[in-house]
Design a protein around this ligand. Structure first.
Ligand code: PMV
Length: 311
């Protein structure tokens, strides 16, 4: 049997503007994972490749899934990359990452599947290749993805990312703790990206200006995260949130959690991911992560997490 996993992720700074060529910073969430296990089928059961993903009610042979089904796509893309015929396999997929929350559940499943399948067939693909395959599948979910989700998840490292330059693996200096609050409202990534695009087409100069301001925040945040004692990361989160409000991708559920975190003493807070639902993040003062989490739960968060990174 072959096992493979991939983490969730959260975007710290720069969502949406990254679709328009500006930088963004994202970190993996190693405690939340998509997992696949793969077994070779033998005997009468061996009739092709069977996929079971009980979290989303899938139990089917590969050819029974719709041609644009993301599970089918990543398996077929991986087999094409390996120049392999469809093998006789049983694949189980499971994920702890809440779906449509902005934590990269779709990309994590794609990465785990491409990684597991290529390993099982004796030709493990590089992180870079796995990321590229997952990117092709992301296009089904998003339309015009920037590529940051598949990148941070495939490399499982913090990344400073631009579409043009690709990922710069990012080593945070000092410890970083981030509290994550999930509104429980599904975040429609494709819809949010489309709304921003339509508004950008109507008001290109205004939107380019906002994207530039977000890009400047991301560059400052990068230096702050690299050298401790640099700019105030919490304040940069608040500034990024103000610009995300101007892009109209926040919503009342996100605002309620962001206010609750700030009222409880968070140094800064913002939505994370596409917005219109999904998750928000907050920077807790030292030792106050649990306090911020309980304030988010009281304000209606359906789930909270504390993500910790040690230098
Ligand atoms: O909601 P998520 O986690 O899929 O994040 C989307 C991030 C965007 O910048 C809005 C889109 C993208 O492709 O980068």
């Amino acid at each position: 049997m072959t096992l493979a996993t991939a983490p969730g992720k959260c975007i710290l700074f720069g969502e949406h503007a990254v679709v328009y060529g500006r930088p963004a910073i994202a970190i993996p969430l190693p405690q939340l994972r998509a997992r696949v296990d793969i077994q070779t089928l033998e005997g009468p059961a061996a009739q092709g490749l069977r996929i079971q993903a009980s979290d989303i009610g899938v139990d089917a042979w590969l050819h029974e899934l719709a041609p644009d089904d993301p599970l089918r796509r990543i398996v077929e893309l991986t087999l094409t990359a390996l120049q392999a015929k469809t093998p006789e396999l049983q694949i189980h997929v499971h994920s702890d990452i809440p779906i449509a929350s902005g934590m990269g559940s779709g990309a994590a499943v794609s990465v785990a599947l491409a990684r597991g399948l290529s390993r099982h067939l004796g030709a493990p693909l590089s992180n870079r290749r796995v990321s590229e395959l997952a990117f092709d599948v992301e296009k089904l979910h998003h339309g015009t993805p920037s590529g940051i989700d598949n990148t941070v998840i495939a490399y499982e490292k913090g990344v400073y990312y631009t579409q043009e330059a690709g990922p710069e693996i990012f080593q945070i200096s000092g410890d970083l703790r981030i509290v994550i609050g999930d509104t429980g409202v599904p975040s429609p990534t494709r819809e949010a990206v489309r709304l921003v695009r339509e508004a950008w087409q109507r008001h290109p100069a205004d939107y380019e200006g906002i994207f530039d301001q977000i890009g400047a925040i991301v560059r400052t945040a990068r230096s702050a995260l690299l050298d401790e004692g640099g700019a105030d990361v919490g304040k940069l989160m608040d500034e990024n949130q103000t610009l995300l409000e101007r892009l109209q991708v926040s919503n009342p559920a996100l605002r309620a959690l962001i206010s609750a975190a700030r009222d409880a003493g968070a140094k800064g807070a913002k939505l994370s991911g596409a917005g219109l639902g999904g998750i928000m993040i907050a920077l807790p003062p030292h030792g106050q992560g649990d306090l911020i989490r309980s304030s988010l739960e009281q304000a209606g968060a359906v789930r909270t997490y504390l993500a910790e990174f040690e230098a």
